[in-house]
Write a protein that binds this ligand. Sequence first.
Ligand code: NAD
Length: 331
Amino acid sequence: MYNITLIPGDGIGPEVADAAKRVIDASGVKINWEIQNAGEHVMQEYGTPLPNHVIESIKKNKVALKGPITTPIGTGFRSVNVALRKELNLYANIRPCKTFKGIPSRYENIDLIIVRENTEDLYAGIEHMVGEDAAESIKIITRKGSERIVRYAFELAKKENRRKVTAVHKANIMKCTDGLFLEVSREVAQEFPEIQFEDMIVDAMCMKLVQVPENYDVLVMPNLYGDIISDLCAGLIGGLGVAPGANIGTDGAVFEPIHGSAPKRAGQNLANPTATILSGVMMLRYLGENDSANAIEKAVKEIISKGEKVTYDLGGSTGTSEFADAIIEMI
Ligand code: NAD
């Protein structure tokens, strides 16, 4: 029996998290879910969108599955998602992007893994106004942070028999920060001579990913580029509804879809739960529960390839909950 923290989140979060929880339970793995709420809706009760007991629950259980949480734009509280990643030192954000049959996409055979640094860069959130008409944000890149994420990418490539790691940067302009990331990437690459290494400037990378995504394999990059490129790659494989993710640290892991809380779709039983379910599959593999993980993944693929009981974004009209029911039946 595993104790796992479940953070439903807000917007479409509770709907996709519930679907994922039901599917995971149906796979036979025994989980005692500890449900913890975070986000704007708990502000009034706890005075913060990320109460301490939520962090304590993850620290105790070491593993969490999380739905998306809204972050107010421009003003208001800082991102709960960024705070969680920093607080728990979840330094590696792993986002696999893979096409599979039945998903409407212009591309075939995409099989990329994005490894995004999760604690540094402009996401350190050190910014301030300079007078009334200017603002400044500080971009932090450290040797330690770069080294551990690039090493993580190479080790992942090795473990999963991948052929190439591409480091993504903008070192032509940001010579100190991205320059350091690139320098460290080149150093770490030398420790893995069996894996091909190349680097690419982020703007060129965007174009290449749209033109020839099959040329790439594992991509490693600082935080902001990772955020943007993950959505681009989700677009290559049929959209945010099918793109899972994991935040891995030294003392625990939080699994969550790439997508946000999609407020316009909230509460309507419309959202695609696949991304959250596949984040659950990543969680089960992390726990070593490979049979359950494989059974869920197989059922998800079968339901999607049949195309009858899928959500709106995959060309169907099935609700979140009925889509989960179909997967459960298939399992
Ligand atoms: P979003 O990912 O919520 O939505 C972008 C588009 O994708 C929308 O058209 C939406 O309807 C669609 N979409 C997203 N998930 C879907 C799903 N499961 N099924 C079907 N369609 C789906 O991005 P946004 O609108 O830019 O952000 C909304 C909020 O979410 C913001 O407050 C943002 O800060 C937050 N956010 C949170 C996380 C997180 O919790 N990790 C990640 C990204 C964004």
